[in-house]
Design a protein around this ligand. Structure first.
Ligand code: HAM
Length: 419
């Protein structure tokens, strides 16, 4: 019986894993400079952590959560995103008592039961950041700038920044009413999903990608015109700071995001190179969530990057460097195999990646194997060579060969490193 991984999930191994590791390292280095420390929350949470924060009427909660009952009958869900868990952790451990702002980053798998397609999986990885305790619009610009710098650092230049403000509860209530009466006029022209959203979550209609909905909502009012004084000022200041940092962006009044916890600033980093799944990263402010989870009123903002989408884009522009063996030790005879076995350990201790052939085989087949593994260098240990103290070496890249004194480790090391 040959098994397959479940639909919509995937294995990650060499050579792709090298890009994954490089990205993760770049993120860690950059986020550290901005004051973020790693946070690791569980993959599972009580389901309510997600339903309360992401929202009962969102696609994620309605259709996409992996939810089950544990043996004690409690409803548990695999995390569909990271923000809710980080907020739960922040409140549970009273991290708000620490000096503000508290900044965290995380990396790991998320789970959504979506229809798999290019850039959309059921298990996917996010790198996310969350900053708590700063209400000033400058941190909105700072966090967008950090994302911008990160994408630049990993050489992903073809990305657009889309920005919007969805206001606070006060401005959104008035906007929602106006939106409802605007859509009411031609509700039949919208797709069945949007007709349902009309009653549950009308702002989401703005984000629908179906052609007839794009057409039908052309006359819809823009949320920007409904922002209260405070939200408007906040939005303008974010824009001013972004311009100050020379970060290119466009205002997209239809950007509303698919999670309910957002307030004021929302943003996405998008690309046209990913088909229908345009967002490489997305985030925004969520000033009410800590309080809803039982903590004190605490402003917060964050974003998450979709790793698979990032990797797909990067593969188009990157040469993947694979960790190939520095040295392959070919041996002839039992005695020299034992010698080689020991030599391999000594050279690995010096930081070389060494492969060795165990248990017989012709020299020819060993050399072929060294070549297929991509080894740069081969040392050949035969019984005769060991007796004379001079062993053969081959540089497979430069197609050169020679002899070297077997007992002289510094010389051997030098030869391989210089090669
Ligand atoms: P999100 O927009 O749901 O936001 O996801 C963020 C990113 O994760 C997306 O832009 C996309 O790149 C990636 N992503 C989402 N779903 C999938 C999928 N099924 N397959 C592959 N990639 C996917 C959040 O998750 C928020 N927690 C972001 C945030 C952090 N907001 C504030 N802080």
């Amino acid at each position: 019986m040959r098994y397959r991984a479940p639909k919509g999930v995937h294995d990650i191994f060499s050579p792709d894993i090298h890009i994954w590791q490089r990205i993760e390292l770049s993120a860690q280095e950059l986020f550290k400079v901005y004051g973020y420390t790693e946070i690791r929350t569980p993959i599972i949470e009580y389901t309510e952590v997600f339903t309360r924060s992401i929202g009962e009427d969102t696609d994620i909660v309605e259709k996409e959560m992996y939810t089950f009952y544990d043996k004690a009958g409690r409803s548990i869900s695999l995390r569909p995103e990271g923000t809710a868990s980080v907020v739960r952790c922040y409140v549970e451990h009273s991290l708000y008592t620490l000096p503000s702002p508290q900044k965290f980053f995380y990396m790991g798998p998320m789970f959504r039961y979506e229809r798999p397609q290019k850039g959309r999986f059921r298990q996917f990885y996010q790198i996310g950041v969350e900053a708590f305790g700063e209400s000033h619009p400058a941190i909105d610009a700072e966090i967008i700038s950090m994302l911008y710098n990160f994408l630049k650092k990993i050489n992903l230049n073809d990305v657009n920044f889309e920005l919007n403000s969805i206001g606070c509860q006060k401005c959104r209530t008035i906007y929602r009413e106006t939106l409802l009466s605007s859509f009411m006029k031609n509700l039949d022209n919208f797709c069945p999903d949007c007709q349902r959203r009309y009653h549950l979550n009308p702002l989401r209609i703005l984000d629908c990608k179906v052609d007839r909905c794009i057409e039908a909502r052309q006359e819809a009012p823009s949320i920007i015109d409904f922002l209260c004084e405070d939200c408007k000022k906040h939005h303008e200041e974010v824009i001013e700071r972004l311009s100050y940092l020379q970060i290119p962006y466009v205002i997209n009044p239809n950007l509303v995001r698919g999670l309910d916890y957002y307030t004021k600033t929302v943003f996405e980093a998008t690309t046209s190179n990913l088909g229908a799944q345009r967002a490489v990263a997305a985030g925004g402010r969520y000033d009410r969530l800590v309080e809803e989870f039982g903590g004190p009123p605490t402003p917060a903002i964050g974003f998450a990057i979709g790793m698979e989408r990032l990797i797909t884009l990067l593969k188009e522009v990157l040469d993947i460097t694979i960790n190939l063996p520095d040295l392959y030790i070919a041996t002839i005879g039992e005695k020299s195999e034992k010698e080689g076995f020991q030599l391999a350990e000594i050279l690995r201790e010096k930081g070389l990646r060494v492969e060795i052939h165990y248990g017989g085989g012709s020299l020819r087949s060993q050399l072929r194997r060294a070549d297929r593994l991509g080894a740069r260098f081969v040392l050949i240990l035969g019984e005769d060579e060991l007796k004379t103290g001079m062993i053969k070496w081959k540089d497979l890249n430069k197609k050169q060969q020679g002899e070297i004194e077997y007992g002289n480790l510094p010389l051997i090391l030098n030869l391989i490193k210089e090669g």
